[in-house]
Write a protein that binds this ligand. Structure first.
Ligand SMILES: Cc1ncc(COP(=O)(O)O)c(C=O)c1O
Length: 368
């Protein structure tokens, strides 16, 4: 199983499973911006080695300052972490909710983090009949049962934003809410949808952001969270000292310079999202409309195919796709693919075309 350690993008496991060097896979199983990383990183990499003899800034001042300027919030409301993954874990440990509402399918680290604190999960179903959009009645039904909502905005693996009125009504109810906005940079009109600014002063709302996806630096590990300064102080006390290394701090600060990369990324995604979702539909797949840089799809039942079969067949061709049936709430027909550059996307579509044809033929034979 390619997701042996819980996530996509595990090229080491792919190498073991398919006997092909890990740099020879085309990876659609993790959702990185194919335009990245921004060019500034190369210079930093060549230069930063001189400073490995020093400790990194324990307060991550330069990067927090840049983030505060970009989002027009106070530095005291920002904590930088070793990837959003660290901040998900820290937030759960400090808030320590007895019962957490998760709208599932969702990113598995929410559940992991809650379980580590001994908390229980309340399942809020995201329904395929509503194209996996969170529904107000399902949130209302959860209100009396949960202390905290932990929600993806946009959500992984569905790619859907939360409806604004649902989040607002949830906050009005007085419940606490953590929004994971790891993929928010990919959303057109991000400012209209993000709750980051509100989180900087609210005592009920926390927003977590990742910098690894949009800037394509998952190997560096970098994310930040925004919350009321009192909560930020409390969470920081639980964070391991120097958790954000020197290289990550410098790279994070550099990628926030200028708007060129952001604009180019938005352009690419707008075109490529339309093209790729159109092609997937032409292959006969059921495609969930997406607000971000990945697409959830399923094989219609009449094709009789499972994602596990397809993942194996594609892996043998050197193309990695995500088995989304491993997400709670999705069946064995569901897969997820990242949106990449056109040439790669064409290879994905051709690979899927061949896979669907080959598996359908095999199935025909076993029924003869
Ligand atoms: C929804 C979501 N949140 C958070 C993360 C973790 O991001 P990071 O690489 O910043 O730890 C991921 C990674 O896949 C993710 O999909």
């Amino acid at each position: 199983m390619l997701e042996r350690y819980g996530h996509g993008g595990d090229l080491w496991t792919a190498e073991e499973a398919f006997g092909r060097p890990r740099d020879q896979f085309l990876d659609f199983s993790s959702n990185m911006n194919p335009l990245g990383p921004p060019p500034a990183i190369r210079g930093i990499w060549m230069d930063a080695w001189r400073d490995v003899v020093k400790y990194p800034d324990p307060a991550v001042r330069e990067l927090r300052h840049k983030l505060a300027q970009k989002y027009k919030i106070e530095m005291e409301s920002i904590l930088v972490g070793n990837g959003a993954a660290e901040l998900i874990d820290l937030t759960a440990r400090v808030l320590k909710p007895a019962v957490t509402g998760l709208a599932r399918p969702s990113f598995s680290e929410y559940e992991e983090a809650i379980h580590k604190t001994g908390g229980r999960i309340y399942n809020i179903p995201l329904r395929s009949s509503h194209q996996f959009e969170l529904q107000q009645p399902d949130v209302e039904a959860a209100l009396s049962a949960v202390d905290l909502f932990f929600l993806g905005h946009p959500n992984n693996p569905t790619g859907r934003l939360l409806p604004r009125h649902v989040v607002e009504s949830l906050l009005e109810s007085g419940r606490s809410c953590v929004l994971d906005e790891a993929f928010m940079d990919f959303v057109p009109d991000e400012q209209e949808h993000s709750f980051l600014k509100l989180a900087s002063t609210s005592r009920k709302l926390v927003v977590i952001r990742s910098m690894t996806k949009f800037y394509s630096i998952p190997g560096i590990r970098l994310g930040f969270m925004v919350a009321h300064p009192d909560l930020i102080r409390e969470i920081r006390q639980q964070q391991v000292q120097w958790s954000v290394n020197y290289l990550a701090q410098r790279i994070g600060t550099a990628v926030l310079e200028g708007e060129e990369f952001e604009l180019a990324s938005r352009h690419w995604l707008q075109d490529e999202k339309a093209w790729l979702t159109g092609q997937l539909r032409q292959l006969g797949l059921d495609v969930v409309p997406t607000d971000v840089n990945f697409v959830l799809f399923s094989f219609p039942p009449e094709l009789g195919l499972t994602i596990k079969q397809a993942q194996k067949h594609m892996g043998q061709m050197g193309i990695l796709i995500r088995d989304a049936s491993l997400f709670e709430g999705l069946n064995e027909q569901y897969g997820r693919v990242a949106i990449r550059l056109r040439e790669d996307n064409e290879r994905l579509i051709e690979g899927l075309r061949q896979t669907v044809a080959a598996l359908a033929q095999n199935r025909g034979r076993t029924h003869d």
